[in-house]
Design a protein around this ligand. Structure first.
Ligand code: NAP
Length: 282
């Protein structure tokens, strides 16, 4: 599964993982969701992303991973900014552990910056590492200035990951954030890889480009998108799929190796901004 170093965590993690935001509500659909998640792990997508914010996702994941070897999984959760005081972060982590039915997280993130001083949250995250509740710590939706400030508040441990919006339509992070993270060995985990829309129609300019790259690699547009998003070391992507067929399609993207001509054509069809832009979020 094109496993790679997850920042400075020491862990080696599948470049394509699995998201868990907005699982379906109905009982039958949830059964399929659990199957799809577990199937994803079997296919090598061992990195599972969740958050206390995602309704019952942590409980659904707990059922999906029941009986699997804990050390085979890479579980990431997030504390909400509204809980991210020192004590609130410690307590939110305990609750996530309980819901997930595990005794540690592989990485724990501040979901986005909120009202609590970063010093408090970073200090709590460091305590959680020291106490063995989390293996590593990180942030999400942090642009350059916030990331540097968070780094400056840490005394012992390093930020190993910044989880940010990244897809072919939103490429602003390529200007400064990705190069900075690569320099500091911080994993960039891209969320919402499909950009909350269907792939462009084949009779559009973007769709035609994707289609020809798809034909070259015997792949689907979504697979080409995923492959593009993990084209460099330290880049990860976490598509969410609640249906096994989608899980399989996403996992199979790992076999694709885009060449420089493919990447150039994607760059032309889905251009990155030519000036600095604020970090986008969903
Ligand atoms: P996404 O993964 O880009 O898209 C999910 C949608 O794509 C679902 O409707 C899913 O359908 C569909 N899909 C997935 N694979 C497919 C396939 N092969 N073919 C057709 N449709 C497919 O969007 P996302 O859920 O926003 O982002 C992914 C994850 O990133 C989230 O689940 C969450 O874990 C994380 N995230 C983090 C933040 C943050 O602030 N840190 C924000 C947003 C998201 P089905 O579910 O029906 O299979």
């Amino acid at each position: 599964m094109n496993n790679r170093q997850f920042g400075q965590s020491g862990a080696v993690v599948s470049a394509i993982g699995q998201g868990s935001w907005q699982f379906p509500g109905s009982k039958n659909a949830l059964e399929e969701t659990k199957k799809a998640l577990r199937y994803g792990v079997e296919l090598g997508m061992t990195h599972i992303d969740t958050a206390e914010m995602y309704d019952d996702a942590e409980l659904v994941i707990a059922e999906a991973i029941k009986g699997l070897a804990r050390e085979e999984l890479f579980l990431v959760s997030k504390v909400l900014p509204s809980n991210a005081s020192y004590e609130g972060t410690l307590s939110a982590c305990e609750k996530s552990l309980k819901r997930l039915g595990v005794d540690y997280l592989d990485c724990y993130l501040l979901h986005w910056r909120g009202k609590y001083p970063l010093e408090q949250t970073m200090s709590a995250l460091e305590k959680l590492v020291d106490d063995g509740k989390i293996k590593s710590l990180g942030v999400s939706n942090f642009d350059m200035a916030d990331l540097k400030e968070a780094e400056s508040k840490l005394k012992k441990h390093k930020i190993v990951c910044n989880q940010v919006l990244y897809n072919v339509y939103e490429r602003g992070i390529e200007r400064n954030l990705i190069p900075y993270c690569q320099k500091k060995e911080i994993a960039v985990v891209g969320y919402t890889p499909f950009g909350l829309r269907k792939p462009p129609a084949t009779n559009s300019k973007q769709g035609a480009v994707l289609d020809s790259i798809c034909q070259k690699h015997a792949a689907t547009p979504r697979q080409i998108m995923l492959s593009f998003l993990i084209r460099e070391e330290l880049l990860f992507t976490i598509p969410k799929a609640a249906q096994s067929a989608h899980t399989k399609e996403n996992a199979d993207a790992i076999r694709i190796k885009l060449d420089s001509a493919d990447i150039e054509r994607i760059n032309e069809a889905f251009p990155a901004p030519d000036r600095d832009v604020p970090l986008a979020m969903v």
